[in-house]
Design a protein around this ligand. Structure first.
Ligand code: ADP
Length: 467
């Protein structure tokens, strides 16, 4: 394993999480052991103290009945009864001189001087005494006797220390598997916690390698933040996919729709270039070319406008606009078209109906709706243009008595370059409604349609008074 590889591992989140998990586990185990050790040691000490105190009281009573002889008799009695002698017993005179001393079995000499030199005024106290060659000493409790002497009872601390020693040894033995468990457990937890991230990385890698956006990150069932991230990431991928597919489709449609006028343009130009053409034929061909190029230009401009409006790049020149005046202009603009088709255009709106909007863009949108109404309504039909003010918005309705739109086509009519099946015979680019929707949305408004086959359609534009 090279040093660089180890360095890379060290920087990974997995490694850091493993270290954190293991450290917390090991430190918790250490703390737990520490607490258990302190509790055990203090409870052993307390138990020893209780035993010594009980013995002290016992021998105090013996002394009261028969002095040192009674204590000696009691000791002899215990010896014959086979009880092990585990207590240090000392009777000290008023000047702290040793009057009687009994040491536990198998004890060496005791440093009596330190006891005799000790403070004799302490009537009830605990002392610690080292015992001969032993590493541990005795704990001694002292109590006064009625005749001015004092009684000292002590107990060997060796047993207690041995128990604590074996506890410490057991801890060292246990700590090795605990550390191993901590590291393995930490690795497992880090592996589990980072699983969604690994899936995310793999999916992003697959998308960048293949360019296909249809891959999705497998979702877990934990419902935690990482799961939420994965869900949101998948949602984002879904939206990007829809967007890319939409763009592809639009591009295909544009290419398809451009091919027809361009082919026609080329055909007309070729015809005009043929040798023996009269000037009139050439002029006519040029006029056709102009018309076709106008059509292509219009289509491209409208596409640009739609995408600008949709992406928010369309700069709106907002000003107070009287919708009634605007509708009057639009109706006037299409008066000849309506008359030509013998259509009745009925208008109904108050004299003044103000909104803050971009006059030119709004007129473009309303003109498109009226253009469609007139275009799709057969001769002798009726078109109604109405507008009314509501508390927060102005609603403009353009209603016709045309063929209506089939229910399944309604969601598609707002798509770029979409043209209804029955509308192929009419002029059009399939961009009008997309532009209307984009312009209205840029004004933070909404446009909706209700339509009934054979009865007609109603397009309603809801514009907030202040976008
Ligand atoms: P175009 O009119 O150029 O085809 P539009 O985007 O303006 O494109 O409209 C999309 C489609 O919606 C039309 O092809 C037509 O099928 C349908 N449509 C729009 N307005 C009307 C209407 N007033 N009556 C019936 N159909 C309509």
């Amino acid at each position: 394993m090279s040093l660089r590889f180890l360095n890379r591992i060290r920087k990974t989140t997995g490694f850091r999480l493993t270290v954190w998990y293991s450290a917390i586990f090991i430190l918790s185990s250490l703390a737990l052991f520490g607490i258990a050790y302190v509790l055990l040691s203090s409870s052993l000490k307390q138990k020893d103290h209780e035993t010594i105190q009980a013995k002290l009281k016992d021998y105090q009573a013996q002394y009261r009945t028969g002095g040192i002889i009674a204590i000696r008799n009691e000791l002899n009695f215990e010896k014959y009864a086979g009880k092990p002698n585990i207590f240090f017993i000392r009777v000290a005179g008023p000047k702290n001189q040793t009057l009687f001393l009994s040491l536990p079995d198998q004890w060496g000499n005791v440093d009596l001087k330190s006891l005799e030199n000790g403070d004799s005024s302490v009537k009830e106290s605990w002392t610690y005494l080292r015992a001969g060659d032993r590493k541990k000493g005795v704990e001694i409790a002292s109590a006064p006797l009625p005749d001015g002497c004092s009684l000292q009872i002590g107990k060997n601390m060796e047993n207690r220390e041995e128990l604590l020693e074996s506890f410490r040894k057991a801890f060292i033995g246990v700590m090795i598997p605990v550390i191993l468990l901590g590291v393995i457990g930490g690795q497992f937890l880090a592996f589990r916690a980072l699983r969604p991230i690994r899936h995310l990385i793999n999916t992003v890698r697959a998308i960048t390698a293949t360019g296909k956006i249809d891959s999705r990150v497998p979702t877990g069932q934990t419902g935690d933040e990482l799961d939420e991230l994965v869900l949101l990431f998948n949602q984002m991928l879904g939206q990007i996919e829809v967007l890319i597919n939409g763009m592809k489709e639009t591009l295909d449609n544009v290419a398809h729709d451009l091919r027809t006028p361009m082919t026609r343009l080329r055909g007309v130009a070729e015809l005009a270039l043929q040798a023996d053409q009269s000037p009139d034929t050439c002029r006519e061909a040029l006029a056709d070319c102009l018309e076709e190029s106008e059509r292509v230009l219009k289509m491209l401009n409208t596409l640009m406008d739609i995408s600008e409006a949709e992406t928010g790049a369309l700069k709106l020149k907002l000003e107070p606009v009287n919708i009634s005046e605007l509708l009057g202009n639009v109706v006037e603009l299409y008066r000849y078209v309506a008359e030509d088709k013998q259509l009745v255009v009925h208008t109904a709106y108050p004299r003044e109906l103000y909104v803050t909007a971009d006059r030119h863009r709004l007129q473009q949108a309303l003109a498109n709706l009226l253009d469609n109404a007139l275009k799709y309504t057969p001769s002798g039909g009726r078109v109604e243009v109405e507008a009314d003010a509501h508390p927060q918005e102005v609603v403009i309705d353009i209603k016709d008595s045309g063929p209506g739109i089939p229910l399944e086509e309604i969601p598609k009519i707002w798509d770029r370059l979409y043209r209804g099946d029955q509308s192929r015979s009419q002029r059009g680019l399939g961009l009008g409604l997309s532009l209307v929707k984009a312009i209205v949305a840029a004004h933070r408004g909404q446009v909706e349609v209700t339509s009934e086959l054979g009865v007609g359609s109603r397009f309603s534009v809801h514009l907030p008074k202040q976008p």
